[in-house]
Design a protein around this ligand. Sequence first.
Ligand code: GRF
Length: 202
Amino acid sequence: MINIAVFISGRGSNFIALHENIKKGVIKNAEISVVFSNKEDALGLDYARKENIPVIVIPSKDYKDRHEYDNLIVKSLKPYNIGLICLAGYMRIVTDELISAYENKIINIHPALLPSFKGLNAQKQAVEYGVKFSGCTVHFVDGGMDSGAVILQKVVEVYDDDTEETLSERILKQEHIAYSEAVSLITDGKIELSGRKVTIRK
Ligand code: GRF
């Protein structure tokens, strides 16, 4: 059984999708042991509380030093024996304090086909660039911005009349599927990481 910590900053739909799929048995050998948020008013916290999932909130606005902040996170996660951290709309760059405490155990979902359209507003970037396909990427987290090894990607077609909103909506549906698939691969022990190459064992 792998204890998962999900990190959120807002709506939390990816967190909810993961939790639903654990409840349904689509993701096996895993439990969401705690939800961490850097924002007190993150909507996803309401769902966590309703589902009796422990919640940790440390408002990031109170901390100027990212390293001090991440150290605090490491300390607060200790009691939960976390084997996997899933960043799900967590709007903070994580520092080495967290990355080294959970080496190759932190993953993220990004709403574009990396390495295209890193950073904020990836769907808007895709619409404005005029690409014909975008999608989402689940990847390991390293010290860079959306730069870690890719675990899996889902492609979404971009239509001529797409806006940031319509594309975001279609990508989000794929995110919910992709994140659960990626977590399953990890909890089933099917992932091998070598450098920046991820191999999936059949
Ligand atoms: C998602 O599009 C995710 O890819 C991005 O932030 C958004 C979070 O949505 N990193 P939600 O909070 O999971 O609903």
